[in-house]
Design a protein around this ligand. Structure first.
Ligand SMILES: [Cu+2]
Length: 274
């Protein structure tokens, strides 16, 4: 009897419902994406890295653990895989906006990897549960499933390669002749430097440089002005004609523009036009 039970167990380990592979791939894609972005953050934003890794690390660990469980165990582990995927979707829904920024590699990696991983984690999990109930079990990878997995990985790899090229070769700088006399603002470690930007009303032009690996912008909603600056780029924001006064400048991607106080709003600064 013991031998038969052992053989059953062995068979159970080797054969899984079809689409289990897809769910595991989804969870691994989420984890891999987050680890890549954590590595970029550690390498390029030392001051902000702790915060980024503190947020990303536990989610990546949960995705990895769940991927292993969905691979190793049965129905309950696939349900946990679906729940964890939905949890990641809830916490990281904003990553999808990165799809709009192929010229900012770190943002685009998140935009491609996390939503794709979530879709596969949920979709693959549900399909595996249904297949398991219908007794559609396989010992090795089914051909259709294998093709799907390979196709997704190729599309992701091509998209990331294009993004890397756009990020590196799409960098912009401001002509030194145009930059002469303008006020410089740096975006570094998810902060504006200086935190109080002072300009003269006679020449309120800003040369805004993004020193981070993530996309930023500088927006002054009260003046209806915005400039988007990709990683490693500099761009000019011309505020000529703006009335003297004190304004709040935001990175709309990393702040709450409804908060007027720049010290409370996230990535924001005070702009003084004299
Ligand atoms: Cu920003």
């Amino acid at each position: 009897m013991a031998t038969i039970a052992g053989a059953d167990q062995l068979a159970g380990e080797r054969s899984r419902p079809v689409y289990t592979r897809v769910q595991v791939l989804g969870l691994l894609l989420v984890a891999a994406t987050l680890l890549v972005v954590a590595a970029i953050a550690i390498a390029t934003e030392p001051a902000a890295a702790g915060e980024v890794v503190g947020f990303i690390g536990p989610i990546a660990a949960a995705a990895l653990l769940t991927a292993w469980m969905a691979w190793r165990f049965g129905t309950w582990a696939r349900i946990i895989g679906i729940v964890v995927s939905l949890g990641v979707a809830f916490m990281m829904f904003w990553t999808v906006f990165g799809l709009a920024a192929p010229d900012s590699f770190a943002d685009f990696v998140l935009g491609v990897g996390v939503p794709t991983g979530i879709l596969l984690g949920v979709g693959g999990g549900i399909a595996a549960l249904v297949a398991g109930r219908r007794g559609r079990i396989q010992a090795g990878p089914a051909r259709g499933e294998q093709r799907l997995v390979r196709g997704i990985l190729v599309v992701v790899a091509v998209a990331l390669a294009v993004s890397a090229v756009l990020t590196i070769f799409g960098r912009t700088s401001v002509d030194p002749a145009l930059a002469a006399g303008a006020t410089t603002v740096d975006m570094s470690d998810f902060e504006f430097v200086p935190a109080v930007i002072e300009v003269d009303a006679s020449d309120p032009r800003l040369v805004v440089t993004n020193s981070d690996a993530f996309l930023h912008d500088l927006a002054v909603p009260a003046l209806d002005a915005i400039v988007r600056v990709t990683p490693g780029s500099s761009d000019l924001l011309d505020l000529t004609g703006a009335a003297p006064g004190t304004y709040t400048a935001y990175c709309t991607l990393h702040s709450d523009t409804r908060v007027a106080d720049p010290t409370e709003a996230g990535m924001a600064a005070t702009l003084v036009i004299r």
